[in-house]
Design a protein around this ligand. Sequence first.
Ligand code: GDP
Ligand code: MG
Length: 162
Amino acid sequence: ALPTLAVVGRPNVGKSTLVNRIIGRRLAVVEDTPGVTRDRVSYPAEWAGTDFMLMDTGGWEAKVQGLDLSVAQQAEVAIDMADAILFVVDATVGATASDEKVVRLLRKSGKPVVLAANKVDGPQGELEAASLWNLGLGEPYPVSALHGRGTGDLLDAAVAAL
Ligand code: GDP
Ligand code: MG
């Protein structure tokens, strides 16, 4: 079976946009309002000669359980199924308490994590991205899932982690 790279993060950080960017097709559902991605959907992907499954995540029961808990639960299941995790943070917002919760799960898993600092649409966002070094997950890769900026370097790191 192909290795699985799971894309994990809070609602609305751009996970599905990034998944579409990587697979080169608009298959993952992108929404301005959080809450639409089905629980877990995997797509075949390839980068630099490495074939892998790319797992989009994001379905949750926020209404029932509260957003933080459900994001953490989603992350936990995805982390379990994955060989490596692509953790997405919205660099324009910075790390939230909900992000920190997922970081703890990621650390506990011991699985390789690559950190994407998304929504860095231009050079002015690089500084905000660099502040995500504080999460303790290593180098934050500044990317714009929307425009494709920086995604090559991110993918190089991601496939190296598989
Ligand atoms: P998800 O909930 O994490 O899957 O996030 P989505 O992929 O559905 O995106 C949520 C919103 O953020 C949408 O309005 C996207 O167009 C927007 N978005 C995603 N990536 C970027 C980016 O790199 N830059 C900007 N400016 N907006 C983005
Ligand atoms: Mg989504």
